[in-house]
Design a binder for this molecule. Structure first.
Ligand SMILES: *Cc1c(COP(=O)(O)O)cnc(C)c1O
Length: 362
């Protein structure tokens, strides 16, 4: 194989090489079944077992034992923006949202088609460069839930602590930092993550829901949109993307074997630290976009003096083997997404490249 590129794609993102190789080995025949997983019934014992094992592995890695279910659903994290509201924004209640970036705005706007919504706090006027201070959060009653985006993939910011909401259920879009750092998931009533950042390939969305929260869900919506359907049918109500769930299974085992979430957090701090150190030590050649105390360890964002220099950086980085460093089209600048599967060596190579680029162009 040609040398692998340093993959900093924001999503779909890097997968562990070991996982890709094992999946290749097992593609044509899974175990001794005489079939590929790609052609196997989702009602078969093998797939039932794989599905159940993957759900337990996820809960285990998240440190959740009793009182939660893990679900695998379709439609990406974006579908959850609508489903959360359809299930829980019941008549008489208000959906509360923290606005901290474009994905949180989308969640808020989708919920607005279902019922009344309220922006409990926003960092929009601050150019999304920070997370609102928790003292600024104003919930509107009666609150169905407070929705947050734990890590803002596009802007490169994150919550360091979860908001305290008392009796109000806390719901989180954790697409870009699930399993990337230690979060007290026991404080969350529901959270979800499109798989294509830290969990596996695109095509499945992991949802974790607290059983006592599920009891509050609407029964007045189509069966396919109810979380209760997926709990009851163990996410086998209709045909799931079996092979995608299988790759997630391998990624979860890879994560566990390396030491689980605490070890991922340690690695991610080290990896992003290499890049932030170059940015902060560059005397303004590289300018971090987010306020230092709200910086993400998954998505490192920065700008340079002018768009022309940024274009040159991007073009030269691509020639040097780096993939996916352009900032989101809505933000511009540069972004390095260093998810769990991105190795330390890739971040070291990028840090070295940045230093050298500044030496030549600074
Ligand atoms: C990538 C991402 C999404 C969108 O996910 P899709 O699966 O493409 O719908 C939503 N929220 C966050 C935080 C993301 O990082």
């Amino acid at each position: 194989m040609a040398e692998r590129r340093y993959n900093f794609n924001p999503g779909p993102a890097a997968l562990p090489l070991e996982v890709l190789e094992q999946a290749k080995e097992e593609l044509v025949e899974y175990g001794e079944s005489g079939l590929s997983l790609l052609e196997m019934s989702h009602r078969s014992k093998i797939v039932e077992r794989l599905n159940a094992e993957t759900q337990s592995l996820l809960l285990e890695l998240l440190g959740l034992k009793e009182g939660y279910h893990a679900l695998f659903m379709g439609g990406g994290a974006s579908t959850q923006f609508a489903l959360v509201a359809q299930n829980f924004l019941v008549p008489g209640k208000v959906g509360n949202y923290m606005l901290t970036g474009s994905f949180s705005e989308k969640a808020y706007s989708e919920a607005g088609y279902v019922g009344p919504v309220h922006a409990a706090a926003s960092s929009k006027d601050a150019g999304w460069r920070s997370i609102p201070r928790l003292e600024e959060v104003r919930l509107e009653d009666p609150a169905a839930y407070l929705h947050i985006t734990s890590n803002n993939t596009i802007e490169g910011s994150r919550y360091n602590v979860l908001p305290e909401t008392g009796d109000v259920p806390l719901v989180a879009d954790m697409t870009s930092d699930i399993l990337g750092r230690v979060i007290d998931c026991g404080k969350l009533s529901l959270f979800y993550a499109g798989a294509q950042k830290n969990l596996g390939p695109a095509g499945v969305t992991a949802v974790v829901i607290r059983d006592s929260f599920l009891e509050k869900a609407s029964k007045n919506i189509p069966v396919i949109q109810r979380y209760a359907t997926f709990v009851k049918e163990k996410s086998l109500y209709n045909t799931p993307p079996v092979h995608t769930i299988y790759i997630m299974n391998l990624v979860l085992k890879w994560t566990a074997a390396l030491g689980g979430v605490p070890e991922m957090e340690r690695r991610n701090a080290e990896k992003s630290g290499l890049l932030y150190r170059v940015i902060d030590g560059s005397g303004g050649f590289y300018r971090g976009i987010v306020e230092p105390e709200c910086r993400s360890q998954m998505n490192v964002t920065w700008r340079m003096a002018d768009p022309e220099l940024e274009r040159r950086f991007l073009a030269e980085s691509e020639r040097a083997g780096f993939e996916g460093l352009g900032g989101h089209r809505s933000v511009g600048g540069l972004r390095a997404s260093a998810y769990n599967a991105v190795p330390l060596e890739a971040c070291q190579a990028l840090a070295d490249f940045m230093v050298e680029f500044q030496r030549v162009n600074g």
